[in-house]
Design a protein around this ligand. Structure first.
Ligand SMILES: O=C[C@H](O)[C@H](O)[C@H](O)COP(=O)(O)O
Length: 224
């Protein structure tokens, strides 16, 4: 069984009629979106807040009504993916470049569920390069500053070799760190760079992590 499908569909089971749902980004969330589309077809009243233009496009194709984050005071539940998750519920996100909007939506959410295949669970974060969203103005300079700090930044490119731009018009430097000893300290450090708009470290963010295993789904609750 497809682990992503398993996790994504299971998470959709937490949705109740009338909810405003934060719609994460990525290939695992896709399966939750498909379920939400089915719920709407069956008559549920739901609204979604998309974390990326890619998700908005999928949501539109599934007839999920979307609202802007500015048009709601809060989000009842957000379902999102992750690139790595440690035992303390810290994670790396932004493999798809949606980290900034994902963090804004997460911060406005009452409850956050992360969905992933079981290979995303790690003891230490950092094997997955940490995405850092950098203001396009002066981005070469910011990249050099990250380099000087031994953070091993590599400017993200598209498959065709052009500079990758986020939905907010920023660039991404992926930090090749191998292991992040202290995620909290690194998060604070990255916020000191004027050109850094946001980083992909999400510290103890999700209330629940749902992983597909091929067999049964594993549910971990973050007792914050
Ligand atoms: O920017 C992208 C997001 O943070 C995704 O949620 C993350 O990269 C996981 O994506 P996927 O479920 O496709 O592995």
């Amino acid at each position: 069984m497809n682990e992503k499908k398993q996790a994504g569909e299971y998470a959709a089971g937490f949705i109740k009629d009338g909810m405003t749902i934060g719609l994460g980004t990525g290939s695992t969330v896709y399966y939750a979106l498909a379920k939400i589309g089915e719920f709407i077809e069956q008559g549920m009243t739901l609204k979604g807040v998309a974390t990326s233009t890619a998700t908005a496009r999928i949501a539109n194709s599934m007839h999920i009504p979307l609202i802007d984050l500015n048009d709601t005071e809060k989000i009842d539940l957000t379902i999102d993916g992750a690139d790595e998750i440690d035992p303390k519920f810290n994670g790396i996100k932004g493999g798809g470049g949606a980290l900034l909007r994902e963090k804004l939506v997460a911060n406005a959410s009452d409850k956050i569920i992360w969905v992933a295949g079981h290979t995303k669970l790690v003891q230490k974060l950092g094997k997955f390069p940490l995405p850092v969203e950098v203001l396009s103005f002066g981005s070469n300079h910011t990249g050099r500053l990250l380099e000087k700090e031994h953070l091993h930044p590599i400017l993200r490119k598209t498959k065709t070799g052009e500079t990758f731009y986020t939905d907010s018009g920023n660039v991404i430097y992926d930090l090749h760190l191998d292991e992040i000893a202290e995620p909290g300290k690194l998060a604070e450090r990255l916020k000191q760079f004027t050109g850094v708009v946001e980083h992909g470290l999400f510290l103890a963010h999700p209330n629940v992590v749902i992983t597909g295993t091929g067999g049964s789904v594993v549910i971990r609750e973050n007792k914050k």
